[in-house]
Ligand binder design. Structure first.
Ligand code: SF4
Ligand code: SF4
Ligand code: SF4
Length: 276
């Protein structure tokens, strides 16, 4: 019985081990084995802590994975995993750690685990989630179009680097990663205080959501309510940082593609009516 409780952690660890061994054997560098084993182990530890009802479980995963990606992969190994890095490797036609990162975490992975990336691994949200506005104080703002501007601007920027044959683009990409992250943190913190919402940056600015949201629509894992158990107390929706219409099980529910699988709603439900 006790082991059964830890099956999600074990399954997640095994899934990442399969990815680790497969990418290592098919692509060569042992880095892939280390990389996915590390990420899978971090997530599995987080799931074990969550099973043990530790409130800090998600923060542990966010810090373990987010800091690894930001500091080791991004700054030390110079892999730009921001949106401009995606365009860079795409134009270059190179299959790198950055490309794999996008494929697994942000494009195909969400078909399986929705926006788990946003809840457990993103190094931007890793910092923003420490701010005091855990749930939004006011209604949604109509400024979500900004993410499209950032998306298109990043594409034009990288395209121009190639068209103009700017030398040493790899170095520029590394600088972009560092400067871009500093800007993201500043904008994210300013918006969080302005809108009293830690996740304002995710809702209005982040260009990655252009990939994440449509794929998440079809996600295998998502929060579902058991209508038999639900007493319509509304506690789940009160604690949701992403304003998801939790009590509607349809994939078309309001802000359904915003769910970051943080489990706040599941934990808040007095009737154990919610499951992922
Ligand atoms: S929406 Fe963007 S900034 Fe927010 S958690 Fe997801 S990837 Fe990170
Ligand atoms: S509170 Fe529930 S619905 Fe809202 S983001 Fe977290 S897991 Fe998703
Ligand atoms: S917290 Fe639970 S019981 Fe209350 S509305 Fe949400 S699902 Fe229903």
């Amino acid at each position: 019985m006790k082991i059964k409780k830890y099956l999600p952690a074990l399954s997640m660890w095994l899934l990442f081990e399969i990815i680790a061994v497969t990418t290592w054997l098919t692509m060569g560098p042992i880095f892939y084995l280390f990389n996915f084993t590390y990420i899978g182990t971090s997530i599995a530890i987080g799931l074990i802590l969550y099973t043990q009802k530790k409130k800090y479980a998600r923060s542990v995963v966010q810090l373990a994975v987010g800091l690894y990606m930001l500091v080791y992969l991004g700054i030390i190994c110079r892999e730009n995993m921001q949106i401009e890095g995606f365009w860079f490797y795409l134009f270059l036609g190179v299959f790198s750690a950055g490309t794999l990162h996008y494929a697994i975490a942000k494009i195909f992975g969400p078909l399986l685990f929705g926006r788990g990336w946003c809840g457990y691994a993103c190094w931007t949200a890793m910092v923003l989630d420490f701010l005091p506005f855990k749930t939004p104080a006011g209604p949604r703002k109509s400024i979500g179009f900004i993410r499209y501007i950032v998306f298109i601007a990043s594409f034009i920027f990288v395209a121009l680097l190639f068209i103009l044959q700017v030398p040493d683009i790899e170095y520029i990409m590394w600088l972009c990663f560092i400067i871009g992250n500093i800007i993201y943190y500043i904008v994210g913190i300013v918006l969080a205080y302005k809108f009293k919402d830690n996740r304002a940056f995710c809702k209005y600015i982040c260009p990655i959501t252009i990939f994440l949201k449509p794929m998440t629509y079809f996600s295998l894992t998502r929060v579902r309510v058991d209508k038999e158990k639900c007493i319509s107390c509304g506690k789940c929706e009160q604690v949701c940082p992403m304003e998801v219409e939790i009590l509607n099980n349809s994939r078309k529910r309001k802000n359904g593609t915003e769910c970051i699988q943080c489990m706040q709603c599941v934990d808040a439900c007095p009737k154990n009516a919610l499951k992922i």
